[in-house]
Design a binder for this molecule. Structure first.
Ligand code: PLP
Length: 400
């Protein structure tokens, strides 16, 4: 530390004055935003022993940061264990997860055909370039599951609640079969959140989240998290340092704050989504509603057993009877409370048109095969008053 700072020159004082005060016995109620690239110690030997892994501590923010560590601990705690690592986005989390479970040249990635469109594109445009073989598989039909293992995949990548039709793979059965075939399972748990499902507790090897969604919850950050079983802990930390797509401490702080109200918000998201789904299901302008909390949904039973009565999520999709693209544009433009945002999981209700956004990169034929028709709309129920959300949809449907 600089001694006798007041006797030094102005430039020296400008750089050092006021900095690096040790906490004087107080503990801030909220973890501070450690906006610092490096951490210093009185003795060089301390940095040496931290770098050698002999003691805990922080040296360089790409290797770890106290604000990020607090967020990571919160996520690991909610996911029921493992080691969590925060990264710059949900896509960075997917990249890190695949590297962590050993995807490399010549390995096969079995990917659910119902993945988020950009994840599918990532597999083609990035993972395939590493020399990985990408095979799209049906993880929903029990009769087709044996075809997956014939491919001898290194990893099976799936979403626990799919986008936009909200299908639910039978994760406990898939994990059992995958491990019997020496296949790792990576689960994108963004839509379900750990409040509905904790894949590590079912034996999954790795969980990824886009923290941009429910963890942040307010549409004000981009972030991601990877949570791995303990056995992958050292590897995920090692790879994260090399990839370098770390989460900034401000975003980590926002996400940590977001998590504090996640159970409150998510309960309300689920309640609003359930009530909207039930109301829309009998609306004359609506052809179909996709929500696992409805008995008509093919996975409603699985939702009950797997999610343990915690709800069925905050996202629902609907098909508007006879609507063409221009009708959908008119409908969406008429909405006032549902904001036209390409995201989900925010306190604000959001509306998304999959054909031009999340699944834009797929050909019309691919979309049709996945059931993503031109009259399909996805809603993310916010935490507003239900009656206001219902009235907003009603007035927009009336304009069709
Ligand atoms: C299920 C799912 N996974 C991953 C992502 C990517 O997350 P991010 O936008 O934070 O990179 C998204 C984004 O919409 C998503 O919906």
């Amino acid at each position: 530390m600089v001694r006798d700072l007041r006797s030094r020159g102005l430039a020296t004082r400008a750089v050092h004055a006021g900095e690096r005060k040790r906490p004087d016995g107080f503990i801030p109620i909220s973890t501070p935003i450690y906006s610092t690239a490096t951490f210093i110690y009185d003795h060089l030997s301390e940095i040496d022993s931290i770098s050698a892994g002999e003691r805990s501590g922080f040296t360089y923010s790409r290797h770890g940061n106290p604000t990020n560590a607090a967020f990571e601990e919160a996520v690991a705690s909610l996911e029921g264990g493992g080691v969590a690592l925060s990264v710059a986005s949900g896509m960075a989390a997917i990249l890190l997860a695949l590297l962590c479970v050993g995807v490399e040249q010549g390995t096969t990635i079995a990917a659910s055909q119902d993945l988020y469109g950009v994840t599918t594109k990532f597999l083609f445009d990035v993972a395939a370039r590493w020399g990985a073989r990408i095979e799209f598989v049906d993880v929903l039909d029990p009769d087709k599951r044996k075809d997956i293992w014939k491919l001898e995949p290194k990893v099976l990548l799936l979403e626990s609640l799919t986008n936009p039709l909200l299908r639910i793979p039978d994760l406990p059965s898939l994990v059992k079969e995958a491990h019997a075939h020496k296949t790792c399972i990576v689960v994108d748990n963004t839509f379900a959140t750990p409040l509905l499902l904790r894949p590590l507790e079912h034996g999954a090897d790795c969980v990824v989240h886009s923290a941009t969604k429910y963890f942040g919850g307010h549409g004000d950050l981009t972030g991601g998290v990877v949570v791995v079983q303990e056995e992958y802990g050292a590897e995920v930390r090692h790879l994260a340092r090399l990839v370098g797509a770390i989460l900034g401490p401000f975003e980590a702080w926002l996400a940590l704050r977001g998590i504090k109200t996640l159970p409150l918000r998510f309960g309300r998201h689920c309640e609003n989504a359930q009530r909207l789904a039930e109301w829309l299901a009998v609306h004359p302008r609506v052809e179909a509603v996709y929500y696992p909390g409805l008995d008509s949904h093919p996975d409603s039973q699985l939702a009950k057993t797997l999610f343990g009565g915690a709800g069925s999520g905050g996202v629902l999709s609907l098909k508007i009877r006879g609507a063409r693209r221009e009708d959908i544009f008119r409908f969406v433009d008429s909405l006032e409370l549902f904001l036209k945002a390409t995201s989900l999981g925010d306190v604000q209700s959001l509306v998304l048109y999959p054909a031009i956004s999340s699944h834009r990169d797929l050909s019309p034929k691919q979309r049709e095969r996945l059931g993503i028709t031109d009259n399909l709309i996805r809603l993310s129920a916010g935490v507003e008053d239900f009656e206001d959300l219902k009235n907003d949809l009603e007035q927009a449907l009336a304009k069709l």
